[in-house]
Design a protein. Sequence first.
Length: 119
Amino acid sequence: VQLQASGGGLVQPGGSLRLSCTASGSGNIFALHNMAWYRQAPGKQRELAAAITTGGSTNYADAVKGRFTITRDNAKNTAYLQMNSLKPEDTAVYYCNAVHLIRPDLSSWGRGTQVTVSS
């Protein structure tokens, strides 16, 4: 699948943003992928922020638990990351990732979207 991420921007501390990741592909291909959002801050390694399986199970990095929510809408071929109570340390480029349920070697990345939390 090809992934298109959007929704980043500049927000003040305590604010909210919602990122979207839309997949292109035929049939129900999106529904067969586990989805995740990673982030990479300047000078740091890329890290997992949140993930959701094809069945809807989720997991979160400790740093974002209780503030971020990952969801998916298979009818729209889209995964979302709702980010609330944003902190300056959430500033990063956010990337969406799709991994095929049966073929984990089939992994796709979207182009990153910048999230900047600053007053």
